[in-house]
Unconditional design. Structure first.
Length: 162
């Protein structure tokens, strides 16, 4: 390798790794979306329902932090969940300006049915990895994901399953 090529090697390796990471993330997202095909839920709608199912009622801003989405998009997602009677919005008792989102009974029934199927689909997708590889992948993803925190961008944690 010539000297200019050897200086570019770290960049080339980083770019190749980045492309592989994006392809793997896209494959995971597509597999997860297919697992929800019969539910008429988008991945973001499912993420909202999953967060509410596991963590209980939350404000829109807390949900946005948990599922890593924007407030504007989340408002539309919650509105669509309300239209299907899967979630409801109510003013916070502490601050009437804050909207709290909660699952409806219909939303709870749906999640009791859909969540185990979704979890099984994710387990199936990751079954090509050994338990040790899954742990290592999780560690590497966390390391990459926390870079923004260290730089001050304030990334939030995603829900336990997504």
């Amino acid at each position: 390798m010539s000297e200019p090529e050897s200086r570019r090697f770290p960049e080339r390796l980083a770019l190749l790794t980045y492309v592989k990471l994006l392809r793997a993330a896209s494959a995971a997202r597509n597999h997860a979306a297919r697992s929800l095909a019969g539910t008429r839920l988008t991945l973001t709608q499912f993420a909202v329902l999953e967060a509410l199912y596991h963590l209980g009622p939350m404000s829109l801003s807390d949900i946005a932090l948990k599922i890593l989405t924007t407030g504007g998009n989340l408002t539309m997602v919650v509105r669509n969940l309300q239209k299907r009677s899967l979630a409801k919005r109510q003013p916070s008792p502490q601050d009437r300006r804050v909207q709290i989102v909660a699952l409806t009974p219909k939303g709870k029934v749906l999640m009791r049915h859909v969540f185990p199927q979704h979890a099984a689909a994710i387990a199936e997708f990751l079954s090509v990895l050994s338990p040790e590889e899954k742990v290592r992948l999780g560690e590497l993803c966390r390391k990459l994901g926390t870079q923004e925190d260290k730089r001050g961008a304030g990334q939030a944690a995603i829900s336990t399953v997504l």
